[in-house]
Design a protein around this ligand. Structure first.
Ligand SMILES: Nc1ncnc2c1ncn2[C@@H]1O[C@H](COP(=O)(O)OP(=O)(O)OP(=O)(O)O)[C@@H](O)[C@H]1O
Ligand SMILES: [Mg+2]
Length: 348
């Protein structure tokens, strides 16, 4: 059972994590439980779900918040540079090293090092990383002196690290070392109850920032947002609201969301998708709702789908005999052939 910390003094820093879905509440509880432990943490989740927000909250809730928070993006820095970035170097360690430079591990001493996109760390560096984490000490590149640091290691990734381990792309021992605590942040589409809160939060944030007092996301847009699948997660939502706060182009945003959310149209969701026929009808109705086709076009397609279904049923009864089917349907043989060709052309 998750532990509740309702009156905990450290709730302040958690305010930056907006949301009250069970998943987010569990994450907040977990943050409070591990904040002062130094246990290594890996934060998982799709792009834009809030991994960095959680990493910063862990830091802010811990006694290390008096120390530095140092972020290293392992995907943005090429492999050999990454090593010197993390561990620093002494003068003359390589051509161009004209003076010595401390690495991020040293800079993070007494605080947190946040290894972002850890799944992109090259294998060659992973073994050194493991050694450093085990010994809690290392040398700068080209250096002799052992440097000891006291750093809390928090990592994040949108990779499936377990799969990477299976495929030999990520060292298993490092995976265990980095992820004593695992925090998974589900995508926004799986915690839609957070959407209204996030809308209010970003609306307040950006109306203050851009001086547009009283800006609110209209109810109908929030309802539409609740139906959308948010491939870019919270970041995508934040960007829409930022844009609305500045441009106020509500209709344009509505149209965009409708256009992008084809697959998740409410009509389509309410009908059983396993049934091919119903799925096709639902898709046409969803198109009608989205306004991307005229009602006249949609009507023609929906009626044609129904007629095609009926013809299929009759053809089954006649074992595919078209003349007999035409007779049962009360149309001429030629008319039946014409219809079948038309259905093919309409790609039904
Ligand atoms: N629960 C939340 N409450 C408030 N803001 C959030 C929340 N989750 C995400 N955000 C905001 O959404 C944006 C994306 O979040 P963040 O950078 O933490 O995502 P990420 O998972 O690290 O993404 P990426 O994998 O692309 O690096 C940020 O601007 C962040 O402030
Ligand atoms: Mg990030």
């Amino acid at each position: 059972m998750a532990y509740r910390f309702s009156n905990h003094t450290k709730e302040g820093p958690l305010k930056n994590i907006v949301g009250q879905s069970p998943a987010i509440q569990r994450i907040k509880d977990l943050i409070l439980q591990v904040a002062d432990t130094d246990l290594s943490v890996v934060i998982y989740g799709e792009s834009g779900v809030g991994k960095e927000v959680v990493a910063r909250a862990l830091y802010a809730c811990s006694h290390r918040s008096r120390g530095p928070f140092v972020k290293v993006n392992c995907a943005a820095i090429p492999g050999d540079l990454l090593e010197s970035e993390l561990f620093g170097y002494e003068r003359g360690a390589f051509t161009g090293a004209e003076r010595s430079k401390p690495g991020k591990f040293e800079i993070a001493n007494g605080g947190v090092i946040f290894l972002d996109e850890i799944g992109d760390m090259p294998l060659s560096l992973q073994s050194k990383m493991l050694q450093v984490l085990q010994d809690q000490e290392f040398c700068r590149l080209g250096g002799q002196r052992e440097i000891k640091v006291d750093v809390w290691v928090i990592s994040a990734t949108n990779h499936d690290l377990e799969k990477d381990v299976e495929e030999g792309k990520f060292r298993q021992d490092l995976y265990y070392r980095l992820g004593v605590i695992k925090i998974y942040i589900p995508p926004l589409r799986e915690r839609k109850e957070d959407i209204p809160l996030l809308c209010d939060y970003f609306a307040r944030l950006y109306s203050q920032k851009y001086g547009l007092n009283g800006f609110e996301v209209p109810r109908y847009l929030i309802e539409l947002f609740m139906k959308y699948h948010w491939p870019g997660n919270v970041r995508e939502l934040e960007n829409y609201i930022k844009r609305l706060a500045v441009l106020g182009d509500f209709e344009e945003v509505e149209r965009e969301i409708l256009r992008f959310s084809k697959a998740l149209s409410p009509v389509e969701k309410t009908l059983p998708v396993e049934d091919e026929f119903l799925r096709k009808i639902a898709f046409e109705l969803a198109r009608a709702e989205q306004g991307s086709f005229t009602f006249k076009e949609i009507k023609k397609r929906v009626l044609a789908l129904v007629e095609k279904k009926l013809i299929d049923i009759v053809l089954k009864q006649t074992d595919g005999n078209k003349r007999q089917a035409a007779h049962i349907l009360g149309i001429s043989y030629k008319a039946l052939l014409y219809k079948i060709r038309e259905f093919e052309e309409m790609d039904l």
